[in-house]
Design a binder for this molecule. Structure first.
Ligand code: S3P
Length: 743
């Protein structure tokens, strides 16, 4: 038998916190014996009866001589009682015993230790389990209280390694997640997120309870009151102690809150509904985000990691009528232009993926009131071209290159500084392509090394219009320059080397802003205004492509994709697949809010390899990973050239796809600006294997589609970013007929 982690566990204070650790550690078989210390004899008896401890004493001093190296004392008494417990231990504590505590304020525990020992002893590991409950007392103890909860340890420089390791392992043994934090930071964070809510809850209940004119008030108090004030039935002694022990940090938190409450009071008094909507929508978004974080934690608990792996079982036929989520490019632009418009813009079909949500959050951070999204509906209370406000901190746009590049243009015209940051993948992507033209216009922009993010966009710089000839076919660069042009003196124009998506130009026109278009040139003048409108975002052809390819490669398939945007600057995938021989029918063509839309029916028919015309490259730029899978199933060779841009997308898509296809047994030869793929033809099947999507959403979804023609399971690593553009992909794919497991 292996040695238990902890020899004896001595729990001083047999309440919810101490009792629960005792129960959990015993259940985990991680300690030899639990000894409870409770001032009241009856509490100790109860704890023994409840199986919380093996024996109980009323005086810590009685058992100290029995302790030996490897034992742990957990001090779980109210914060201000900690010092007295330390004093009892002084000089009588055998060597090798580790002491830890569970108090909510760490500064005062450190002070208590100093006043008892003259310094903080190295065997003391201050800790705080973030797992309270309004229930208290020994009978409230629960074996699972700490499972999937956080424990913050605040070790000092002189804390013994061995003691820290033991306490960390002890909490992990009961299923908790352990992290370290400096003492001061802990007390500030807890003052804001835990201590302040308790002050408010106690204060509110007390206010209502003493409201003489409303003596029946609790009779009518419903869910809101219950949810909000649950914590006011927590242990008063414990909370009195916390208020005294963390006085300074709690006062700061109260003052901050009081300022906000006064501002809300003012808005209610004035009937300022915009202000109220601003606070409420921002708070709702933050609370929803928190709820998702909590849900992810639960998920992590069962999956052991936050990583998402797709397991695609081989085979399947796709069929049915599907509607994929809203267009990503249009969703971004609807938020941007809606925010800068005058009046209220209503958006339907908005993509609730992480990229578009990053843009939405950025505008909320700049003071725009945005309601939703709820089922794809967003209501934006535009602030006009000059109404944005400086955000409190950097704008984080996650994985989204479109957010960063388009925002850079827009922000160059504001009178405040903004820093734009993103995730690891975005931080590797080139930003000079927008920084250079913006600087030509007079903007001051700093980038990270080699022109990578973060971007610092300086405000208050006068911009002048330029006539910019794009060095690459990029809608993001074109849009960035045009958006800066809204703020630049005179005319701003762009000349593109090949047609790229023109949603910015179309949507500006939809908002009543005049844009001249003359072949490859788009121009606008500053001085106009955007007028709020209604936007119906069609389904994203880039997302639809995965199902178009799926039906095109899986024998027997027949799928109908509804309400898909088929803007001629985006329809390269349809053209390329048709050239390869795919059976694609467009029905019910119509125009929705200035964008052409159709239902797309795709039926299986064997494909042939082709040389992809270079003029189709910008029109299918996001669809190549999926098209490479089609090429791998086609009869003969498919050659792509003129697509070096694929190397600087969310991943190097040429290399990532070539590597993955090779693993599946497909001959795929990358070239500097494209790829040559030897297709297996009708009846050929891929092998299985593990491929890495490198966190690139489109690589992940493409290999999921490849499983339709695989002979063995394909495991796809790093798929969490599928949520950036296609939330619900796995579910929809299963509904369509793929044998896909994973979130
Ligand atoms: C986009 C333009 C394209 C595309 C991206 C979205 C846009 O990028 O790949 O997913 O919304 O303008 P580039 O402009 O870099 O080609």
């Amino acid at each position: 038998m292996t040695e238990p982690l902890v020899g004896r566990l001595v729990v001083v204070g047999l309440g919810l916190i101490g009792g629960s650790l005792a129960l959990a550690l015993k259940a985990a078989g991680a300690c030899r014996e639990v000894i409870g210390v409770a001032r009241r004899e009856r509490t100790g008896q109860q704890a023994v009866e409840l199986g919380i401890c093996d024996r109980a004493v009323t005086d810590l001093g009685d058992i100290l001589p029995q302790l030996e190296s490897g034992d742990v004392i957990f001090v779980a008494v109210p914060t201000l009682a900690v010092e007295a417990v330390f004093a009892e231990m002084k000089e009588r504590l055998p060597a090798g015993v580790t002491v830890t505590d569970g108090a909510s304020v760490k500064g005062s525990v450190i002070e208590a230790a100093r006043s008892v020992w003259g310094k903080v002893p190295e065997f003391l590991v201050p800790g705080h389990p973030i797992a309270g409950s309004e229930k208290s007392g020994v009978t409230a103890a629960r074996e699972d209280l700490y499972r999937a909860h956080r424990i913050i340890l605040t070790p000092l420089d002189n804390t013994a390694e061995e003691s820290l390791r033991r306490i960390r392992a002890m909490w992990q043994a009961v299923g908790a997640e352990v992290l370290n934090m400096p003492v001061g930071e802990h007390d500030e964070v807890l003052a804001a997120t835990s201590h302040l809510p308790h002050v408010i809850a106690y204060g509110l209940v007390d206010t209502l309870a003493h409201d003489a004119e409303n003596e029946n008030i609790f009779r009518y108090a419903a869910g809101g009151f219950r949810d909000f004030t649950r914590i006011a039935s927590s242990d008063p002694v414990m909370w009195r102690d916390i208020m005294v022990a963390n006085r300074a940090a709690i006062l700061d938190a109260i003052d901050l809150y009081r300022g906000n409450l006064d501002a809300l009071r003012g808005a209610i008094d004035r009937g300022d509904s915009d202000y109220l909507m601003g606070v409420f929508t921002r708070a709702k978004a933050a609370r929803d985000h928190f709820t998702r974080m909590l849900a992810k934690k639960a998920y992590t608990e069962t999956m052991q990691a936050q990583e998402v792996t797709f397991i695609a079982q081989p085979g399947g036929v796709v069929s049915g009528t599907l509607r994929v989520p809203g267009d990503k490019s249009m969703s971004h632009r609807s938020i941007m232009l809606g925010s800068l418009a005058e009046g209220v813009t209503e958006v339907e079909g908005f993509l609730e993926g992480e990229d578009a949500l990053a843009t939405l959050q950025a505008f909320r951070d700049m003071g725009v009131v945005i309601e939703g999204p709820v089922d794809g509906r967003v209501v934006i209370h535009g602030v006009g071209l000059h109404g944005l406000q400086a955000p409190a901190g950097p704008l984080y746009v996650g994985n989204s290159g479109t957010s960063m590049r388009l925002l850079a243009g827009l922000l160059a015209g504001q009178d405040f500084d903004v820093t734009l940051t993103g995730d690891e993948s975005l931080t590797k992507r080139p930003m000079n392509r927008v920084a250079l033209p913006l600087r030509e216009m007079g903007a001051v922009i700093e980038t990270g090394p080699e022109g990578r993010p973060p971007l610092l966009v300086k405000g208050g710089q006068p911009l002048k219009g330029i006539d910019y000839e794009l060095p690459m076919a990029s809608a993001q660069v074109k849009s960035c320059v045009l958006l800066a042009g809204l703020y630049a003196e005179g005319e701003t124009s762009t000349l593109e080397p090949a047609p790229t998506r023109d949603h910015t130009e179309r949507m500006l026109a939809g908002f009543g802003y005049e844009v001249q278009r003359d072949g490859a040139r788009a121009s606008l003048r500053s001085g106009g205004k955007l007028t709020a409108t209604k936007i119906d975002v069609p389904a994203d052809i880039s997302s639809a492509t995965f199902f178009m390819v799926a039906a095109a490669i899986a024998p027997g398939s027949d799928v109908l994709l509804e309400h898909v945007g088929i803007n001629p600057t985006r329809d390269g995938a349809i053209n390329i697949l048709r050239q390869m021989g795919a059976d694609i029918e467009l029905a019910n063509r119509r125009e929705v809010g200035g964008e052409p839309v159709a239902d797309i029916r795709v039926r299986y028919r064997p494909l042939k390899g082709i040389r992809i015309p270079e003029d189709q490259v910008p029109l299918a730029i996001d669809e190549f990973p999926a098209l490479f899978v089609a090429a791998a199933c086609a009869d003969g060779e498919t050659v792509l050239t003129g697509a070096e841009e694929l190397r600087v997308k969310e991943s190097d898509r040429i290399q990532a796809m070539a590597d993955g296809l090779e693993i599946l047994g497909v001959r795929a030869e990358p070239t500097p600006d494209g790829i040559v793929i030897q297709g297996g033809g009708e009846g050929a099947v891929f092998g299985g294997g593990t491929v890495d999507s490198l966190g690139d959403h489109r690589i992940a979804m493409s290999f999921a589609v490849a499983s339709l023609r695989a002979g063995d399971t394909i495991r796809i690593l790093n798929c969490a970013n599928v949520a950036t553009s296609f939330p619900g992909f796995a579910e929809l794919a299963r509904r369509a007929g793929l044998r896909l497991q994973g979130a």
